[in-house]
Design a binder for this molecule. Sequence first.
Ligand code: F6P
Length: 325
Amino acid sequence: MDDKKFTIGILTSGGDSPGMNPCIRAAVRAAAENNAQVIGVMNGYEGLINGEFRPLGARDVGGILQRGGTILQTRRSERFLEKHFQREAIRNMNGAGMDGLIVIGGEGSLRGAHALAEQGVKVIGLPGSIDNDIWGTDIAIGVDTAMNTIMDAVDKLRDTASSHGRAFLVETMGRGSGYLAVMAGIVTGAEMILIPEVPVTVKEVAKSVDDAYTRGKTHAIIIVAEGASVKIADLAKALDDMDVGFSTRVTILGHIQRGGSPTAYERMLASRLGVRAVEAILAGETDMMVGVQGRDLALVPLTEVTGRTRPVRPEYIEMAHTLAR
Ligand code: F6P
């Protein structure tokens, strides 16, 4: 009699994002509820290639709900782009008795998931990236926590900016997307937001800061997305050279945005996605990502998700500018 339980592999890949741990926990426990078992793959696709596996039972994921990062570790894998290593990974999965795989990560990681699905592996992807640039989902795991981290940091910077009458240039992450910068601009009341989607020159920005000073602003917060057409160091230099009224300070928030305890919203989102991924894989679905659409979760084909970028909604860009007056 074959009493082998359906076995699901799970990995986190690419940049980590707060919420990955609650998602892993939810998947493991939902699997247990459905009489399936989970094997954790360490170090993303690198661990799949190397066969770095560890069984994950319900008790193994206790106490991780509130922890940032990922207990499975994550890597960016160049090797996994090569067919030869993908085949090696599939061999390892078969050897470990895996019947399916859940991949939590950004667009590059979901591309890897699709490559496996094309070779017959049952794969479900989950969107995990603070950048919120993944097509097919309103929001990804990590975005809400990162936003709250940025908001907290910028609120603090505003305190000191206003005490000293300074302009603060604050760089947010997001790779080629201005999402975090736009939303951060709105929720912190930034005076200016520079994003890749709306290219500007250093001169134009310096002129606007000068105008803001002349209009009577007592300090200024300028959020600069890391992918913006203007680099923060060049801008700081230009503001100093041009004497725009304010003296300038630069803060690069950096990887602090990727850490921290997931927010309540994040834990809920990650838990829902983890449970839904297990349900989908047990129902025989493959080559799909579970996305958030409105209040609901929906399966989106990975072929639609990969090679595309979720745009920032133009009305938010407009609103950010309106409110920055
Ligand atoms: O994709 C998430 C992200 O944090 C981007 O916002 C950023 O450009 C990149 O990863 C940084 O990557 P790394 O951690 O490899 O430096």
